[in-house]
Design a protein around this ligand. Structure first.
Ligand code: C2E
Ligand code: MG
Ligand code: MG
Ligand code: MG
Length: 288
């Protein structure tokens, strides 16, 4: 979309297209040094147990405060970082920073797990496990507190190295979550051989879970038979929350439960939360 042909077949280059191109070029140029310049930060979104209201952990999400363009969302720059090959450094930076910031909350028993997103690119490198361990050792976060989130597509091709690596992680007590789950898998047969401990149901299926519960229901049933935890992503309404509880979905994330927050806001949110709350909507700080 966006390309429009003029009458004589001449393409008009509209102002917004030029602005967009400038933005993308700037992001490409400026991303490599962003971490060093202190422009990257991490926010944390709680994962809520839908029946007890407990908060077992959080997911770390990266943010980029660009000096001229302001706050840039990961959907804008992760693909740039992947194309440039900078994503691996960024992911490890996020892991280090998130672990450092969250360790006090984990040691105090307020949270058990930290989930971090890892690009598929790590899994084609033998050095990844070593880098992961070194980063955790540096911060003091135990491997058993980490949940490694990877996109479902990593499993689409037969990534032998990825499988071995993820199996090692599971054996050592880390969690492995298939992010944005629901598009790629057709069969239970395939899923049962994958080294996973958790499925994160894609927001698109969560959005329609109240009207069309079929897909989430079958994911929950599949997960139960394979002994996998299920997290519904992007819960935005009370109706979705109710439907997901009824479907037996174990965990949820979403703006209706809590926005991604920095650590001070997260600590306050946790402290304000009644321990046995059923996880219904709470006043939440704005996305940062
Ligand atoms: P994701 O891992 O599936 O993360 C969930 C995204 O959904 C986050 O967007 C979160 O802010 C957003 N979200 C949470 N609840 C709701 C809701 O109720 N409604 C809506 N509409 N959205 C909700 P964010 O932070 O913009 O991240 C987007 C994606 O960027 C992530 O999707 C993940 O794939 C990627 N990403 C983020 N941080 C990192 C990172 O450190 N490394 C890598 N490799 N990827 C990252
Ligand atoms: Mg976003
Ligand atoms: Mg994720
Ligand atoms: Mg996701």
């Amino acid at each position: 979309t966006g390309k429009r042909s003029g009458r004589g077949g001449v393409r008009t280059f509209e102002p917004w297209m030029r602005a967009r191109q400038t933005l993308l070029q700037d992001l490409e140029d400026d991303l490599p040094g962003a971490a060093e310049r202190g422009e990257l930060s991490v926010v944390f979104q709680p994962v809520v147990a839908l029946h007890s209201g407990e908060v077992p952990g959080v997911e770390a999400l990266v943010r980029w405060q660009h000096p001229r363009h302001g706050l840039i969302e990961p959907d804008e720059f992760i693909s740039v970082a992947e194309a440039q090959g900078h994503i691996k450094a960024i992911d490890l930076w996020v892991l280090r920073e998130a672990a450092r910031q969250l360790l006090p909350l984990i040691l105090a028993g307020h949270l058990r797990t930290l989930a971090v997103n890892f690009s598929a690119q790590h899994f084609s490198e033998a050095s990844f496990m070593g880098q992961l361990r070194a980063t955790l050792e540096e911060t003091g976060l135990p491997l058993s507190a980490l949940v490694v989130e990877i996109t479902e597509s990593l499993f689409m091709e037969d990534h032998r190295r990825a499988s071995v690596l993820l199996r090692d992680l599971l054996r050592e007590g880390a969690g492995v979550a298939a992010d944005d789950f629901g598009w790629g898998y057709s069969s239970l047969a395939k899923l049962q051989h994958l080294p996973l401990s958790m499925l994160k149901v894609d927001r698109a299926f969560v959005a329609t879970s109240a009207q069309f519960p079929g897909i989430v229901r079958s994911i929950v049933e599949m997960a139960r038979s394979l002994n996998l935890a299920v997290v519904a992503e992007g819960i935005e309404t009370e109706a979705q929350l109710g439907a997901l509880r009824e479907l037996g979905c174990g965990y949820g994330q979403g703006y209706h439960l809590a926005r991604p927050m920095d650590v001070p806001a997260l600590s306050a949110w946790l402290a304000a939360r009644p321990a046995t709350s059923l996880g219904s909507a709470q006043p939440v700080p704005h996305d940062q």
